[in-house]
Unconditional design. Structure first.
Length: 229
């Protein structure tokens, strides 16, 4: 691993970039920078970073604008040495799924004028196992139908851009690797549909505001995932 002086010098001049890069490009995504600091071979999936955290950070970095992306620089060091155990990886997967249900979905439900549904999700107990998912799937389905019944907004020129380039990637950044088992795939699909349907009924100004709130929430989720021991 680089020494402290080398790390500080590297981070001082580093400007994080979108996507993956070649070793001779001079460009780095957060995980490529982590591998460089750890003196590993060039990779966006460093051996010293939790696979779930690495996947999350790569996707999160790619949806951020260049200025906001630089807020991930302090996380480069924080992400190192997060490979703990399979139990820790499972906890992180459930944290991401829980976030989708109790933080991500309520943002869009509230903006669609369905505050009662948003509050109902926020009050749920934390999702930590497949048992927790069973009852939630039905509730999410009911909420999705409620969103679909709200009349569409006439001011949504930017909606498809946000869904395609921000909302959809954010969903997968949070829990793509978590959706492959334990019924979490169904949760992810319904939550994604709730966000999409909500964009049809809120104005562009509200949508921009929602994305800003979403980013802050994702940084908090990343902090929690890193803290898992």
């Amino acid at each position: 691993m680089l020494n402290q002086s080398e790390i500080e010098s590297f981070l001082d001049t580093l400007v994080l970039s979108k996507g993956s890069h070649s070793p001779d490009s001079g460009l780095y995504c957060p995980m490529e920078a982590a591998a460089f600091i750890a003196e590993e071979s060039w990779s966006s999936n460093p051996r010293r970073v939790s696979p779930r955290i690495a996947s999350f950070v790569r996707k999160f970095s790619d949806v951020l604008d260049n200025e906001t992306r630089q807020l991930l620089k302090p996380y480069i060091l924080k992400c190192l040495d997060t490979v703990v155990s399979q139990d820790a990886e499972e906890k992180r997967a459930w944290m991401a799924t829980d976030w989708l249900v109790r933080e991500y979905a309520p943002i869009f439900l509230r903006l669609a004028g369905l505050s009662e549904h948003a509050e109902a999700l926020e009050k749920l107990h934390r999702l930590t196992s497949r048992i927790d998912v069973v009852g939630v799937q039905y509730k999410l389905g009911v909420m999705l139908e409620s969103v679909r019944s709200v009349p569409e907004s006439v001011a949504r020129v930017l909606s498809w851009y946000y869904v395609r380039d921000i909302i959809r990637p954010v969903t997968w950044a949070a829990a793509r690797d978590s959706f492959r088992d334990d019924g979490r795939d169904a949760i992810g699909e319904v939550v994604r549909d709730i966000a999409w349907e909500s964009t049809k009924v809120i104005t562009n100004v509200a949508l921009v505001s929602a994305v800003e709130v979403l980013y802050l929430s994702m940084f908090r989720l990343l902090d929690r995932m890193i803290d898992v021991k």
